[in-house]
Design a protein around this ligand. Structure first.
Ligand SMILES: [Zn+2]
Length: 412
């Protein structure tokens, strides 16, 4: 049933190495254990005969396989999400899945069994007849993004074993800390070497992503005036009430919980305060640049309206102070001149019998940051599902198709 044994062995080897990154850490990388995988990958790249570089200071691994045509890059991240444990991952291959429940862990001592069920995850039913790699229900799997790492390594192994096959110069990078938004902090474009690349960090087979959000953070500081509540008439301005008034002026339907696809939103992330001062923190997201600018303008307008309303009351002082900070921009703009990368991926997928589908990313990616630095970088599927949780799984056959996709893209 399993055709590409080496691919699966690689994947199982990588997921057993705990590489969870950490949000609260300021170290580089955020957790030292990411080096454990970096060292393994560096050694394996050298064993394949590649020219590899291990940047120990930043925990990046780069390698080049020289070819006959201009360089093409492939990037995958080594860390796993802080959202679920990545320690003692016990992966298992469920061969020839038939569409029923998969028992991840038997119940014992009054504890219920942990079950991966199509009732809860209907997407499983698309994988009937495939071999699925699952967890033991207590950790994540780490297909995000060790599926991408294993697929890139398998593509390299293929070309290293077949020197007679013509291919482009292939540049690869394995990066830390993608899951905590710091994946390109120490990324060295010169060591990498390619002027165009793909991140191999998506999910569903066939999906190609090259559009992400434009993103900004907003901080709203509301100043009130505290007076004893017993004698507050016409004297108190409660900053908490003004903060709620601010929030109520934003369209309720344009919140994350009511949006999808290309819809943008304002998201209230935190509220802190008392009568004297309240602080609201928002994130603002939109794929469309004009809509994104309009969303920021709405915040500015609401602040101006409330300042107008309460200024006289505060003796000419502003009640609301708004600070806006851009975080990242939609990579689609930087991709416009490089759409050949997307077209070639679509054609390659179609030739492998996988229906190509372009979908917008509702977030940012390492590719967005690299595109902004001049290396256009769309994202490719890996065949992994249910990322960041205990029900994560990957399809062996889809992972094989993803390796063929990378081989086709690197071919001359
Ligand atoms: Zn990922």
């Amino acid at each position: 049933m399993i055709e590409n044994k080496a691919l699966i062995e690689r994947f199982l080897r990588y997921v057993k190495i705990d590489t969870q990154s950490a949000d609260e850490s300021e170290a580089q990388p955020s957790t030292a254990k990411q080096h454990d995988l970096a060292k393994v990958l560096y050694a394996e790249l050298r064993a394949l005969g590649l020219d590899a570089v291990y940047d120990e200071a930043h925990c990046y691994v780069y390698a080049v396989l020289p070819g006959e045509a201009p360089a093409l890059g492939f990037i995958a991240h080594m860390d796993t999400s802080p959202a679920a444990s990545g320690k003692n991952v016990c992966p298992r291959v469920e061969e020839n899945y038939q569409g029923g429940n998969i028992i991840l862990k038997q119940g014992s001592g009054g504890k219920e069994a942990i079950v991966l069920s199509p009732a809860q995850f209907p997407g499983l039913l698309r994988h009937r007849g495939e071999d699925l790699i699952v967890t033991d229900g207590t950790t994540l799997l780490g297909a995000d993004d060790k599926a991408g790492v294993a697929e890139i390594m398998s593509m390299l192994a293929h070309y290293a074993a077949h020197p007679e096959l013509p291919h482009r110069t292939v540049c690869v990078a394995f990066t830390p800390d993608e899951e905590v938004g710091r994946g390109t902090e120490g990324f060295d474009l010169e060591s990498f070497g390619a002027k165009e690349a793909y991140t191999v960090d998506g999910g569903t087979l066939g999906e190609i992503e090259y559009e992400c959000f434009n993103a900004a953070a907003a901080k709203v500081v509301v100043s009130g005036r505290s007076v004893h509540p017993g004698s507050a008439k016409n004297a108190m301005l409660n900053a908490l009430n003004v903060a709620m008034e601010f929030h109520a002026m934003l369209p309720a339907a344009e919140r994350p919980e009511h949006t999808e696809g290309y819809d943008g939103f304002w998201h209230l992330d935190s509220v802190n305060g008392d009568v004297e001062q309240a602080v609201l923190r928002y994130i603002v997201r939109d794929h469309d640049r004009a809509h994104f600018e309009a969303r920021k303008q709405t915040l500015t307008d609401v602040a101006a309206y409330l300042n107008q309303k309460y200024r006289a009351f505060l003796g000419g002082r502003n009640a609301v102070e708004l600070t806006l900070r851009d975080q990242y921009f939609n990579m689609a703009e930087g991709m416009r001149e490089h759409m050949g990368l997307v077209t070639r991926a679509k054609d390659a997928l179609a030739s492998l019998g996988a229906e190509p589908r372009v979908v917008p990313i509702r977030g940012g990616t390492d590719g967005a940051a690299l595109t902004a630095r001049g290396v256009p970088c769309p994202n490719l599927c890996t065949g992994g599902y249910n990322f960041h949780g205990r029900f994560e799984y990957a399809s062996v056959q889809e992972m094989e198709t993803c390796v063929r996709l990378l081989i086709a893209l690197a071919a001359v």
